[in-house]
Design a protein around this ligand. Structure first.
Ligand code: PLP
Length: 407
């Protein structure tokens, strides 16, 4: 593998950008050969600055639902740019998009648009606290809801006071949730939940029905708001809010990532119950109401409604899962797979069933040589651009790597 340009960029970056690259896109905890910069992206593929192509299973950590550089979505974006994008007030696209989501998403009566998932989750927190003037908010231990003072997984630069009114519970554990609800008492403002357990490194779990129903019941009993953080899972699990399938409706849901197929847009959706509170908080941002990402989101939604993207990504995910199961049996390498097939976490386990981070890093590292981009400890994402032949190529690479590692 060639690495010269990547190394050179990384060295230059370190001089002028803290950490070179910061946050979730830093590959600092992965193998040193993992590309830190990409020169080109199209469909299911990324090209690094040394000219190597990769089949990408990360989709920019979620935003790419239909693949990079999607012609129709990008044309909608560009056409809107030519008319108006960011201006002194929003365009009609914002009204159209809020109307479209109110039709598409069962629990949604209204939408407020912003840029990042963290904007949406922070806004949800404010709405929930303002709703009945209460303070306590329940969050599942280990769940990621963004990177600002109340929720960043690393506490540097935050105060204990920033997190004073958060109570943690165990995801999928109704008893632990009820204990947290009891601790919050009359001060319960909200319960945050993710659509399924999608924490890094941990085995991914579908939502347990008792747990999800207990969350809904506790919010009803205490006149608090149930917030589903669908930033990562939104439109990847369903064409509706992700908990629609289990028939548990949130009061608020937070969205981002895939909404506009990579164009910058996120959203807080809510039911009428929470509309008065949402109308009274003050939230805004210079770029939040830009029209071009909304035009891209309208086109993305049209494709969500009119194509089989969901069935296709599930089928491709399942084909990879089945193939890897066979490879694990054949080679003896303990390949652990969990999560929805189209959002899988793939890691390597020790003999005793615990995670082996070294082997997980080595597996992803070796795959790079075959032009396959896996993440060693974060859930991955399938875009609609992944094809049968990409899966064949990926499985053949996995076979070689696992064969060498499993001996
Ligand atoms: C569930 C969830 N919530 C919130 C966020 C924060 O989104 P953003 O990085 O766009 O601020 C993420 C990002 O990964 C996420 O996965």
């Amino acid at each position: 593998m060639k690495e010269e340009r990547n190394k050179e960029l990384l060295e230059r970056a370190g001089k002028v950008i803290p950490n070179g690259v910061y946050g979730h896109m830093s590959v600092g905890n992965q193998s040193p050969r993992t590309p830190q910069f990409y020169a080109r992206a199209k469909g299911a593929y990324l090209w690094d600055y040394d000219g190597q192509r990769y089949i990408d299973y990360m989709c920019a950590f979620g935003p790419q639902l239909f693949g990079y550089g999607h012609e129709e979505i990008d044309a909608a974006f560009i056409n809107q740019l030519r008319e108006v994008d960011i201006a002194t007030a929003p365009s009609a696209r914002m009204v159209e998009l809020a109307e479209a989501y109110a039709k598409q998403i069962t629990h949604c009566d209204w939408s407020m648009f912003c840029k990042n998932g963290t904007d949406a989750t922070s806004m949800a927190l404010m709405v929930a606290r303002h709703y009945r003037q209460k303070r306590k908010v329940l969050i599942a231990s280990g769940a990621y809801h963004g990177a600002t003072t109340w929720c960043s997984p690393v506490a540097h630069g935050t105060l204990p006071e920033d997190r004073a009114h958060f109570i943690h519970y165990e995801y999928n554990n109704a008893e632990s949730l009820r204990a947290a609800v009891a601790e919050a008492g009359d001060d319960l403002a909200a319960i945050f939940a993710t659509p399924h357990k999608h924490d890094i490194i941990a085995t991914q779990e579908p939502p347990d029905l008792d747990y999800a129903r207990a969350a809904r019941a506790a919010c009803d009993e205490h006149d608090a708001l149930l917030i589903l953080d669908d930033v990562r899972g939104g439109f990847r699990i369903a064409r509706d809010c992700s908990w629609q399938a289990i028939d548990v409706a949130p009061d608020l849901s937070t969205w981002g990532k895939a909404l506009a197929n990579g164009h910058a847009l996120s959203c807080l959706m809510g039911s009428d119950k929470a509309k008065a509170a949402a109308s009274e908080i003050f939230v805004t941002g210079s770029f939040w109401m830009a029209a071009a990402p909304m035009a891209a989101a309208l086109k993305t939604l049209e494709l969500i409604q009119s194509t089989d993207y969901l069935e296709h990504t599930i089928a491709m995910g399942q084909a990879l899962r089945n193939g890897l199961e066979g490879i694990a049996k054949e080679t003896g390498l303990a390949i652990s797979q969990s999560g929805p097939a189209q959002m899988p976490l793939i890691m390597i386990n020790k003999e005793d069933g615990r995670r082996d981070m070294k082997l997980s890093l080595a597996f992803a590292d070796q795959l790079l040589e075959h032009g396959i981009l896996f993440h060693p400890y974060h859930n991955m994402f399938f875009s609609n651009a992944i094809s049968d032949s990409d899966i064949d190529q990926t499985l053949s690479a996995c076979q070689k790597v696992a064969g060498a590692m499993g001996q």
